[in-house]
Design a protein around this ligand. Sequence first.
Ligand code: 5AD
Ligand code: SF4
Length: 472
Amino acid sequence: MDFNRPNLQKARKRTDKSIDIINFKLDDKYKDLGLNKKYNVITFGCQGNEADSEVMSGILEMMGFTHSEKEDADVLIINTCAIRENAEDRFYGTVGGLKALKQKKKDMIICICGCMAQEEKTITKILEKYPQIDVVFGTHNIHMLPEYIYKQMETNKRVIEVYSEEGNIIEKLPHIRLSNKKAWVNIMFGCDEFCTYCIVPYTRGKERSRRPQEIIREVEDLVKNGYLEVTLLGQNVNAYGKDFKDIDYTFSNLLLDLSDTGIKRIRYTTSHPRDLDEATMKAMQRENIMPHLHLPVQSGSNAVLKKMNRKYTHEEYLEKIKRLKELNPGISITTDIIVAFPTETEEDFLETLKLCEEVDYEGAFTFIYSPREGTPAAKYENNITDEEAHRRLDILHDKINAGYLKGNKRFEGKIVKVLVDGTSKNDPNTLCGYSEHNKLVNFKGNVNAIGTIVNVKITEAKTWFLIGEQVE
Ligand code: 5AD
Ligand code: SF4
């Protein structure tokens, strides 16, 4: 059996080793491997994973595979997420369910990749308990997928290839994008922040930025192909460019250059408050850079922030928000918050609630702390009960929901620009899309508007969405 096993401690290391940029090219040997065969990709986790899945779909289609439902797939890929325990549990639930499918369809090749594949404990469990899995590879080598499928087909043996080192940058990757108007664009990979609760710096490796000209070219091509919106992706986009040794070019430079491509809408995620600089806040004044910022705070307590290794205080965070609002009046701000981090006291939690009011968040992803094996926080003593954690989460939800509604109410009676995604899930006669402030809008309009940006007059604000009518 081929065996290249991950190691979280090795993955923690950061060196000065230079990053290789490799251009993807499909070897002729793999070109017809997928002829008359089908594939499906199941994706868990963040937008980074969604973007990776689009690349894997692109690679598989280059190999001749066509997309199908998972029951009919000859190659089924599960792209996993390790951020919290429940993401891992959902993955094991899915794999368990595939046992019967694999018995019916013996030739099906089941591949596992993504962040969980980077963890030793996943590999151990797969070896012990999940014979239905044929191929395992990690976040650093998705471009090697053709080779792994080939090897598995040739030998009919399990292939496990996970690298723990920092990783390179692979360019010229194909994509099958889910939308033909909105695109994810990776601008950097990895994370060097090492927040004490987070597994990502171990599973995604060292911070590596794509060269500006590659990103600009990608966005120019998207514009040519009729795309209206890009979302720039990275674990900490504000650190973009800090790893360049030969040029002085950071995130704000990139935002301005991409703004000049003429793309109608630019969004980005996710940001680290410490690295958000004045130049970026100013760049956001450009009309095609959307007036919404997702700025994860995690906690409002200085003691907890310190334990989390966030490298900013409650006050410093508020200072940045104040400046951001001065430079960009009306900007919508959302965040991520973790409750019940080990050591979080009632007073600490109250500090978080206070901060929510001070910032006036218009939305948040809220989580109960989940220990991740191999991270420093997993070793902290934690005596917060589940019941108490849920109590805090419920209180926080109420506060955040009030913010959602308040943030939506300010658009009542106003005209907003909506990029129309399609018809609403619950009502085929209603169109839906997102406004510049990233508000979901359901509205009465013309079906021809799908895939375009239209003006919508908001008639009513609900907690989770706005209701309106298209206007000329
Ligand atoms: N437990 C709970 N939430 C976490 N996040 C990251 N790691 C953990 C963890 N161990 C949250 C953070 C981050 C978001 C993507 O997930 O809020 O911003
Ligand atoms: Fe999950 Fe984080 Fe990995 Fe994304 S980067 S797949 S959210 S663990």
